[in-house]
Write a protein that binds this ligand. Structure first.
Ligand SMILES: [Zn+2]
Length: 824
């Protein structure tokens, strides 16, 4: 998709009709967005242009774009130059770090940055980064090496080498001057004296012809010294506290028993040190209308329960024995897990608390002087009279209207205040909601939002159907790479700086992103703005530094570097654009803006931005063409499609066809999504299962009903839902092989997994389902549906090229085209 200059060929769409032929839209707003007459559009009655039906196959296709990129960019991506555009996130590739951090850690919306703010403004593109500092490596890729300067130099106090002025860390872009006695900072241009011990270390490395990692790689870690720790004291290993709802609801839906049956498996899935010893101490809190702590010290005959009488005044009734390494607690821990379901079997509490239970976890970790994670399991809206009590304000009719703020903003500030207190103590809250009614995720989800956690929701939870899913997700949460008690700072070279930040974290100033935790599955979106003219010879340098506590208790710095080019010509910026990153960021930004701006205005803003971006390309970069022709930049030809998908996706649109809790969770998901995740959320993967052969995944199809045959069986997944659709004319051979049934009508659609049958197709299909869950890092629930059943509506909502919720892709593209022409 990089196309050589000059003569950058416009992507002309053959068969695209010149205007007129497009029906006039009464009340059409200025900048080409929605017809103004739509109120809250449960079923969007978009008018099809009756005259000319365009061939959707002529529209730019994501399938083709992904396939071309795989073809042209698969293999090894060597990061040895500034401004290199990485392969798409959907492409299989291996990164060879030669001075710039892997795109798995950091992606930019553009790799060639306009020289001035004015030039950038003309493109209507955001200059932004999506950073996933703890992302996992793939295949043979190297983990960032860990450098211990104190050990390397024999000087115990030598910490990271940094610029004296802007505090940027030593990196491949620093230049040694003055015979190696000073280095010149790539970010602020100040010169810093090189510490003597460091000079000796470089010299000794060079004698052996080696370059220190921090001068050669884009990503590396440095062992931090005491001055990088709270109170100048090396930290304890982060701990893990299970905070478990033991109310009547939790007993009845099987949550309590499922957890107790599986907590040992969860604990055993956590990484250990080389000797196989646990890094992590665990603790237990239970709650319904009051809070209980447990002493699980290994020397006890049995675990001890201590209740807190007044939940309005939380204190920790025990200091010793609350947090223990699993192996030290041994049989006492086992006894506790056997005891809990029995102890609360007859609990009649249906009204529960939540906030005091989380507070209890926070106070316990603070008392133990450690950071960590609270795994909070809850089942209901906390309505018990106690701090954090909430009322049921569910009113899904408001979703999608100007009044939706009323139900999407927190109903009280209590949870935000506690979230901030958790963040300040380096305590991350992971919320696992196993509910069967409204829980007000918009309010209670503030705890994970401010602490780098997530709200994981299992609606209509029953243990046998959803238990395995829950346990898989909990295992992922405790075992994935995670930075605890972290703070991230993004430094930029002179002329640009980080200004806006989106994700799950807390900020108490304008530069430091405070992350009680950040894990491999989360990203932060950051907007970069010009404050001066750039120079082409210098480029734009970015350094993201994440200071964190490793699982082992070691304090570390992870440094990620990225060098971008500077563009004098807009064509260079367009050629280097990464549409997936742009869409990820604009979605985050739009969700955040919903707090203050009516949703319709935000959707119109996104459409208008898309049109302005493409109009600027046409005006400044494309060769002259007929006015009726649609001209799209090669790297951004999917922007209209993805804009339409985002505008009508659950996070931004979410009308009355989803619940308020689902809407809140969709917003959290998009706020934290890395680019690979947002890609799937934006445009789902549709696979024809009937064409499945062992070891060979069939090619993805465009997300449209037109691509689905009545004879087929299809799997659609987007990282949240996994829908299996059985066509009404699917053959007996097919339904027999996959479901053990002679016809589509005979299939039991209530199953949550494909039955295990001994044939090639069944095996390949089950493997595909597993693979998708691994790839998306979440255990998606499988929903089976047959053609023309009511359940089919869910699938139709996910077929994003069709006109189900909003206009079809074809119609939206026509709208955008019309808006572009107005701008020319
Ligand atoms: Zn500097």
């Amino acid at each position: 998709m990089q196309q050589p200059q000059p003569g950058y060929p416009p992507q002309q769409q053959p068969g695209y009709p010149p205007q007129p032929g497009y029906p006039p839209q009464p009340g059409y707003p200025q900048q080409g967005a929605f017809p103004a007459q739509q109120p809250s559009h449960p079923q969007y009655g978009y008018q099809q242009p009756p005259q000319k039906r365009l061939d959707p196959d002529q529209m730019p296709s994501p399938i083709q774009v992904m396939a071309d990129d795989q073809q042209n960019r698969g293999g090894v991506f060597v990061t040895n130059e500034k401004g290199l555009v990485p392969p798409l996130v959907t492409t299989d590739f291996i990164v060879d770090d030669k001075g710039n951090a892997s795109p798995r850690y950091i992606r930019s919306s553009m790799y060639s940055v306009p020289v001035t703010a004015d030039l950038l403004k003309q493109t209507a593109m955001p200059f932004c980064l999506v950073i996933s500092p703890m992302a996992e490596t793939v295949g043979t890729e190297q983990e960032p090496p860990l450098i211990d300067f104190a050990a390397l130099t024999g000087s115990p106090t030598l910490g990271p080498v940094r610029c004296a002025r802007c505090k940027a860390y030593m990196c491949p872009n620093m230049k040694f001057v003055d015979a190696g006695r000073h280095f010149k900072c790539a970010f602020c241009k100040a010169q810093t004296e090189v510490p003597m011990e460091y000079t000796q270390y470089i010299n000794s490395m060079q004698q052996y012809g080696r370059v220190p990692a921090e001068m050669a790689l884009g990503a590396y870690e440095i062992v931090a010294t005491k001055e990088y720790c709270r109170n100048n004291t090396l930290p304890n290993p982060p701990a893990l506290v299970f905070v478990i709802d033991v109310s009547y609801n939790s007993v009845k839906n099987g949550l309590l028993e499922t957890l107790c049956d599986n907590i040992m498996t969860i604990i055993q899935s956590m990484p250990t040190d080389e000797a196989g010893r646990s890094y992590t101490r665990v603790g237990f809190i239970t709650y319904s209308s009051t809070v209980h702590f447990y002493n699980i010290k290994g020397t006890l005959a049995q675990p001890q329960m201590l209740s807190v009488g007044d939940v309005g005044d939380m204190f920790v009734p025990l200091l010793e024995g609350f947090l223990e390494r699993p192996e030290d607690s041994g049989p006492v821990l086992q006894q506790l897990l056997e005891m809990l379901p029995v102890l609360f079997r007859d609990n009649r509490d249906t009204e529960t608390i939540l906030l005091p239970a989380v507070q209890a976890g926070l106070e316990a970790l603070k008392a133990a002087d450690t950071s960590g994670q609270l795994l909070v399991f809850n089942t209901t809206l906390p309505t018990y009279p106690a701090p954090g009590k909430l009322i049921n304000r569910e009113d899904r009719k408001l979703l999608g209207t100007d009044k939706e703020k009323q139900i999407l903003a927190p109903q009280s500030t209590d949870y935000n205040e506690l979230g901030q207190a958790c963040s300040a103590a380096g305590v991350c809250v992971q919320l696992f909601t196993c509910n069967n009614a409204y829980v007000d995720a918009a309010t209670i989800g503030q705890l994970p939002r401010l602490t780098g956690g997530q709200t994981h929701k299992y609606t209509y939870f029953t243990a046998d159907v959803d238990g395995p899913r829950l346990i898989h997700d909990v295992i992922r949460v405790v075992s994935r790479p995670t930075a605890h008690d972290a703070v991230m700072r993004v430094r930029c070279s002179t002329g640009v700086r980080a200004t806006e930040f989106y994700g799950h974290f807390f900020m108490s100033n304008t530069t430091d992103i405070e992350l009680a935790a950040i894990d491999a599955d989360k990203a932060v979106g950051i907007e970069i703005k010009h404050d001066d003219k750039l120079t082409a010879e210098d480029g734009v340098y970015i350094q993201a530094a994440l200071l964190y506590t490793h699982r082992s208790g070691q304090r570390r710095l992870r440094v990620l570097n990225l060098a971008l080019s500077v563009a004098q010509q807009l064509a260079d910026t367009y050629r280097s654009a990464d549409t997936d990153t742009i869409v990820n960021f604009l979605t985050k930004q739009a969700i955040w803006a919903l707090r203050e701006t009516p949703p319709r205005q935000i959707r119109e803003g996104l459409t208008s931005r898309c049109a302005r971006c493409l109009a600027a390309y046409r005006r400044h970069c494309a060769s002259p063409s007929a006015p009726g022709q649609l001209v799209l930049p090669g790297s951004m030809k999917l922007l209209p499609l993805y804009t339409n998908c985002v505008i009508h996706g659950d996070a931004l649109h979410g009308g009355s066809d989803i619940t308020c809790d689902e809407r809140a969770c969709a917003m959290y998901r998009a706020l934290t999504a890395d680019v690979a995740t947002s890609c799937a959320l934006t445009y789902p993967r549709l696979l024809p299962l009937h064409r499945l052969r062992e070891g060979d995944t069939p090619a993805m199809l465009r997300a449209s009903k037109d691509k689905m045959e009545d004879q087929g069986i299809y799997l659609l997944e987007n990282g949240v839902h996994m829908l299996l659709w059985v066509g009404s004319a699917a053959s007996p051979e097919l339904t027999q092989a996959l479901f053990g049934q002679p016809s589509p009508q005979a299939i039991d659609t209530s199953v949550r997994e494909l039955p295990v049958l001994d044939n090639e197709l069944s095996e390949a299909a089950r493997e595909l389902v597993d693979q998708a869950r691994r790839q998306r890092r979440v255990y998606m629930r499988l929903t089976v549906m047959t053609q023309n059943s009511p359940a089919e509506l869910q699938l139709r909502r996910s077929l994003v090229e069709d006109a189900t919720i909003g206009p079809s892709y074809v119609d939206f593209l026509l709208d955008v085209h019309k808006a572009i022409q107005k701008l020319m």
